[in-house]
Design a binder for this molecule. Structure first.
Ligand SMILES: Cc1ncc(COP(=O)(O)O)c(C=O)c1O
Length: 167
């Protein structure tokens, strides 16, 4: 049974405990929603201030080159790459999830217009499904979005040749 004492013992032995000080969280808040919007770090606050007050305000349009903005998608991608087991040139960091999903799906549908079905789990993040719906509609060759309840259904659907996968 988990007890407060046990949790406190684990906390005391946590090698990452000092990382708590890197974050600027309101007092008393325990924040676990890191997948969607992580908490602000002191380093992020300083980097934003530098970007706004120096690179944007002083450097103006020159900052695309002098501050390296133009290379950021590749540089950030290269730092994410080892975290996901990819090579340094395999990852690019652009836009948000919805825009990227729309671009990937639209491209896939355009490349293989003869494939008629996109499959996604019904309980995926709602905006992912809206994006998939629109990408399918835009493709305009009569493709459709199939919503499934469980990943177990995938095998039975992908035996046909007209299927693409969404995340
Ligand atoms: C799985 C998933 N899809 C889509 C989104 C929406 O992301 P964006 O606002 O970048 O389009 C989020 C945001 O947290 C997400 O977690």
């Amino acid at each position: 049974m988990t007890s407060r004492k046990h949790a406190e013992r684990l906390d005391a032995a946590d090698p990452l405990a000092h990382k708590r000080n890197a974050f600027d969280l309101p007092k008393g808040v325990i924040y676990l929603d890191g997948n969607s919007l992580g908490p602000l770090t002191h380093a992020a606050r300083a980097a934003l201030a530098q970007t706004i007050d120096v690179e944007w305000a002083q450097g103006l349009i020159g900052s695309w080159n002098t501050a390296g903005w133009v290379d950021l998608p590749r540089r950030v991608g290269a730092r994410i790459a080892p975290l996901i087991g990819a090579g340094p040139d395999d990852v690019i960091c652009t836009d948000g999830t919805s825009l990227n999903l729309f671009k990937v799906l639209s491209m896939a549908l355009d490349l293989r217009p003869q494939r008629m079905r996109v499959i996604s789990e019904r309980h995926n993040f709602p905006t992912d499904l809206y994006v998939a719906e629109q990408a399918v509609q835009r493709a305009g060759h009569g493709q459709s979005l199939t919503r499934i309840d469980s990943p177990d259904e995938i095998d039975g659907l992908i035996v046909t040749a007209d299927v693409k996968m969404t995340p």
